[in-house]
Design a protein around this ligand. Structure first.
Ligand code: PXP
Length: 247
């Protein structure tokens, strides 16, 4: 089975905002990624607007023809934006202002009522929700109970785990298998810290994954090789991992 590649274009906006220019535009980047064959575009509208801005989300809603995945925290402000712009998918993530990037998964177990209410509001507006969680079966079960259409397993501990990476792969595999077995309608995505090196082993080891969100490393690679080549190399890495798991 193929695994979808959703490209996160946040860091094109980071570069733009570093100089307060109009370029490089994440909207252009998204179009190039789509032309290169990605399956979706992901953006994280952070509370402090450090990269993606409201205008980017609005324009992307009009231009993205594959799938637009809006990552956001479950605040009133963000829910209002999502309900108005209607992305194809919302991914709820925890957010702390002082963090450099999303540092951990959502605690769905500890915040079941609030997260369930946010998922229900989005669902009533026809927007499916994915929950970004650490690879733990209790969080998987709570996500299904909250009405999520999908979970996104946090791969940061795997990506940055060094010698612990093999153990983290086992943890991701177990959480993914648990989701597939217990909640067959729950889609399993994964992301954070994925690179050209660590994507294939992840796809090979976690057969439940149907979708990856990749941003920082792909945009960094594109600085040297161009976006089209970068998308195509990540696609190859995914295919190599998928071929290994299907053997
Ligand atoms: N998935 C989620 C939920 C994220 O918050 C991020 C970072 O914005 C990513 C995937 C992409 O991570 P990276 O930029 O490290 O590829």
């Amino acid at each position: 089975m193929t695994v979808a590649l959703h490209v996160n274009v946040d860091h094109v906006a980071t570069l733009r905002n570093a100089r307060g220019t109009r370029y490089p535009d994440p909207v252009h980047a998204a179009a190039l990624c789509e032309l290169a064959g990605c399956d979706g575009i992901t953006v994280h509208l952070r509370e402090d607007r450090r990269h993606i801005r409201d205008r980017d989300v609005r324009v992307l809603r009009d231009t993205v023809g594959t799938l637009l995945n809006l990552e956001m925290s479950a605040t009133e402000e963000m829910l209002a934006i999502a309900l108005e712009t209607k992305p194809d998918l919302v991914t709820l993530v925890p957010e702390r202002r002082e963090e450099r990037t999303t540092e951990g998964g959502l605690d769905v177990v500890g915040n079941a009522a609030a997260i369930g209410a946010a998922v229900a509001r989005l669902r009533d507006a026809g927007i499916p929700t994915s929950l970004f969680i650490d690879p733990e079966s209790a969080q998987v079960d709570a996500s299904a109970l909250a009405g999520a259409a999908a979970i996104e397993l946090h791969t940061g501990d795997y990506a940055h785990g060094g010698t612990r990476a093999p153990a983290e792969l086992v943890r991701l595999g177990a959480a993914g298998a648990h989701a597939t077995r217990r909640h067959p309608s729950l889609r399993v995505a994964a992301g954070h810290g994925l690179t050209l090196r660590n994507t294939s082993p992840l796809v090979a080891a976690v057969p439940s994954i149907v979708e990856l969100n990749i941003g920082h490393a792909l945009v960094a690679d594109a600085v040297f090789m161009g976006l089209e080549e970068a998308v195509s190399r990540y696609r190859d890495a995914i295919e190599a991992g998928a071929a290994e798991r299907d053997e």
